[in-house]
Design a protein around this ligand. Structure first.
Ligand code: NAD
Length: 253
């Protein structure tokens, strides 16, 4: 895919990885549709891009809400008349152990609501946005690509039953879509970041952050730009589909 004048939608674009991806693709001449629930941060970041001469528009949308997502992609089609790429990046953490046990007795269980919130945003949100984007892309004569942001946690991680299950599900969607949608010239790829410095990881307890940095073979957290670079490479390489690219400093065992 040529990025010059390509229209790329990015979810969770108000901060963190999403905004770094938006900046990087805009530098290549792409037009950006920015999607997020955080209206204030989204509007501020979109205006920052526009001030630099980027063609960009923002859409306040909860990716877990079907009506929101349908309306959002209809609006993108109306505003840009095409969609070439989607970066399914919006995600949340609601970490907790399956069980907490004190003196041999179960003192706490992972709440269903804690499970469901993460599945709704991190998995159902990817499904809904991927479905609506693909529906617009099928009639596009140009190459198309959906990139889903998974995680190193997809292999299973302590305290992350909800997050790990959702991120493994995202990989399953990626391979399924690669097989189903290739006939419409739509590729589907996933990226599994390791520990990357963003507002999300800054919200972790300092001792957990220090521990992570210690166990990464490259010895430090990644930067949002590392993920943005891989997004760019995947979009530009039309022979990649159905695979997960790990960008984790060697963290995955
Ligand atoms: N930072 C890391 O180390 C890391 C590692 C692996 C995977 N990831 C994944 O990368 C993605 C981005 O992470 P980040 O670190 O930039 O997070 P972040 O918390 O900094 O940003 C996430 C963005 O998503 C938005 N968002 C949350 N719920 C939403 C919803 N329902 N609808 C629309 N937007 C919503 C937030 O408002 C925010 O702007 C997530 O999917 C995350 O799971 C991050």
């Amino acid at each position: 895919m040529k990025l010059q004048d390509a229209v790329i939608a990015i979810t969770g674009a108000a901060q963190g990885l999403g905004s770094a991806i938006a900046e990087s693709l805009a530098e290549q001449g792409a037009k950006i549709a920015l999607i997020d629930v955080n209206q204030q941060a989204l509007a501020a970041f979109t205006n920052k891009l526009k001030d630099k001469g980027v063609t960009a528009a923002y859409y306040v949308c909860n990716v877990a809400n079907e009506t929101d997502v349908e309306q959002c992609f209809t609006a993108i089609q109306n505003d840009f008349q095409q969609l070439d790429g989607l970066i399914n990046n919006a995600g949340i953490l609601r970490d907790g152990m399956l069980l907490k046990v004190k003196d041999g007795k179960v003192s706490k269980k992972l709440e269903l609501s804690q499970w469901q919130q993460v599945i709704d945003v991190n998995l159902t949100g990817v499904f809904l946005c991927g479905r609506e984007a693909a529906a617009l892309m099928v009639s596009n004569q140009r190459p198309n690509c959906i990139i889903n942001i998974s995680s190193v946690s997809r292999a299973g991680n302590i305290g992350q039953s909800n997050y790990s299950a959702a991120k493994a599900g995202v990989v399953a969607l990626t391979t399924t879509w690669a097989k189903e949608l290739a006939r419409y010239n739509i590729r589907s790829m996933a990226i599994a970041p390791g520990f990357i410095e963003t507002e999300m990881t800054a919200s972790m307890p300092p001792e957990a952050q220090a521990h992570m940095a210690k166990i990464i073979p490259l010895g430090k957290a990644g930067q949002a730009e590392h993920i943005a670079l891989t997004v760019k490479q995947i979009l530009e390489n039309d022979y990649m589909t159905g695979r997960v690219i790990e960008v984790d400093g060697g963290l995955r065992v």
